[in-house]
Design a protein around this ligand. Structure first.
Ligand SMILES: [Zn+2]
Length: 515
């Protein structure tokens, strides 16, 4: 395990690892984008648990603000009723996509609101809030004001492409401009505060463009938290939403405050559209409340349903619920991180999904597993022979676990998966090179067959341990069949052999078109 621990220390105490998704806005139903952020955070949470770290993984829902108020009004219901209904759908999504979140926070939870009031009062008492008149372009669908340089043509929202109205009102302001130098210093001192680098550069250029104070409250809003020092105004939803990452730790465990154990967060995972709030306002707000900023943020792009290449079984829209229903969550998790380089925008398609399912999951990996287990069963009565590590194979496995872990430390989910898949391909080549079925005919050299089978089982075991976070269900089944009880990362040759293995039914069954 040397070279894997993030702490680099020999101490037995687990290092804490706190990872979050954004909290999802309940004015809409869960879709692939929500699943994508959550699966990414889950891959990291699962991997860090395999490294023995003390993981806390948070997700939840963002429930205040004008978009919810308006949507509830349209339906003629109370905003809380709308929030309850949609929050339930997000909560149900989590086990469906295999997310192992330790807690699910809702911002309408009174325990969250109580803590937000306390923190915002501290921001006020510390002198970081001022009253003023706001005049600006407000997008009700973003629940955000747009600066002049952010506006689209004809005073439109660049995201929603709707014409915006100029709003003028008495507001409280958060003195973001006072944190200009401190933010610049933060980015200078911590070059990987935001990854990937091009997103970091976006944040830096926004900061260097000159920060303005931001509106903290609105007088007419009904569905939001009252300001503790001025109940006539309601808090702008972003402040109460961002603070979820801190407040959750105070009530996620009954009778226990987890703040000292997990704050500052190790990683916030999010899509690029909410970069500004997290990368610019969030650290400043934390400083204003005498709290430390998080250690890092990983920003991902969009999965775009680009080409209308149709798959025979899925139609032309990649609906996560349909995919999972038919192929399982593992296949969706694998496809999303395999097809689109994590951090970038990229095109996905149902035809692309099907192609990767067949060639990579079913053939490269599933068949490899079935063949190896079947050969041990047939040639060695299901017992893995004790043998030497193959020197040539070992060279290709050397350092792989360390590299994989380092990639995930930098939230390089696609490269880490490629590192594991390189091993899958290597093992397939090893089968072709050594031809165990021919060795089995040649009674003269049983030791070589022992060695080949031992190395195949070891290689498959190590590779599958790496794949646990991407393919949690499949890896469980396969590791059980391989007689591996631990989920801790280990290297080729760590097990001496002698364990019993079992054949498995196809891990990724053939796709059948619906009748
Ligand atoms: Zn908008």
């Amino acid at each position: 395990m040397s070279g894997i621990s993030r702490s680099g220390a020999t101490s037995l105490a687990a290092v804490s690892y706190y990872v979050t998704t954004p909290i999802y806005y309940v004015n809409a139903e869960p879709h692939l984008g929500h699943a994508y952020s959550t699966m990414a955070a889950d891959v990291l949470a699962r991997h860090m648990r395999q490294r023995g770290e003390d993981v806390f993984f948070l997700t939840g829902t963002d429930e205040h603000g004008e978009p919810i108020e308006l949507a509830a009004e349209r339906e003629g219901i109370d905003p809380q009723e709308l929030a309850d209904r949609n929050a339930a759908k997000f909560r149900e999504l989590m086990p469906i996509i295999g997310a192992t979140n330790d807690f699910f926070i809702r911002t309408s939870d009174p325990r969250h609101k109580e803590k937000v009031a306390e923190i915002m009062q501290r921001v006020y008492d510390n002198g970081w809030v001022t009253k003023g008149t706001y005049e600006g372009w407000y997008c009700p669908r973003c629940a955000d004001f747009k600066t002049e340089r952010e506006l689209g043509p004809g005073n439109t929202c660049p995201i929603h492409e709707i014409e915006l109205e100029k709003v003028r009102e008495e507001n409280w302001f958060f003195r973001l401009s006072a944190f200009q130098e401190r933010l610049e210093a933060l980015y200078e001192e911590r070059p990987d505060f935001v990854v990937p680098e091009f997103r970091r550069n976006e944040a830096v250029s926004f900061i260097k463009g000159g920060l303005e104070d931001v509106s903290l409250s609105r007088p007419k809003l009904k569905w939001g938290m009252e300001l503790p020092w001025d109940p006539g105004q309601r808090m702008y939803v972003w402040f109460d939403a961002l603070l979820n990452y801190v407040t959750a730790l105070t009530f996620a465990r009954d009778g226990e405050d987890l703040t000292d154990r997990y704050w500052p967060a190790d990683l916030h995972v999010m899509a690029k559209d909410i970069l500004k709030f997290h990368a610019v306002i969030w650290p400043a707000l934390l400083w204003a409340a005498d709290l430390e900023p998080p250690k890092r943020m990983a920003i991902h792009g969009y999965l775009l349903m680009g080409e209308k290449k149709m798959s025979k079984s899925l139609g032309n829209v990649l609906d996560p619920f349909v995919v999972i229903d038919r192929f399982g969550a593992d296949a969706l998790r694998f496809y999303c991180f395999r097809e689109v380089s994590f951090g970038q925008d990229g095109a996905i398609s149902t035809a692309g999904f099907e192609a990767r399912y067949e060639t990579e999951l079913a053939n490269d990996y599933g068949n490899l597993a079935s063949r190896v287990l079947a050969m041990v069963d047939r040639y060695r009565a299901g017992v893995v022979p004790a043998a030497q590590v193959d020197a040539v194979l070992a060279e290709d496995f050397d350092g792989a676990v360390g590299r994989f872990s380092e990639l995930l430390d930098r939230a390089e989910l696609t490269q880490a998966l490629e590192e594991a898949w390189r091993l899958v391909r290597r093992l397939n080549r090893f089968v072709e090179e050594t031809k165990p079925w021919e060795l089995a005919k040649d009674e003269a050299d049983p030791e070589r067959l022992d060695e080949v089978l031992y190395n195949l089982v070891e290689g498959l075991r190590v590779t599958t341990l790496l794949l646990v976070p991407y393919l949690p269900d499949t890896s469980e089944r396969l590791l059980a069949a391989l007689g591996e009880e631990s989920r801790e990362l280990s290297e080729l040759g760590t097990r001496p052999g002698g364990q019993k293995v079992e054949r498995v039914p196809p891990l990724f069954p053939k796709i059948e078109a619906p009748a």
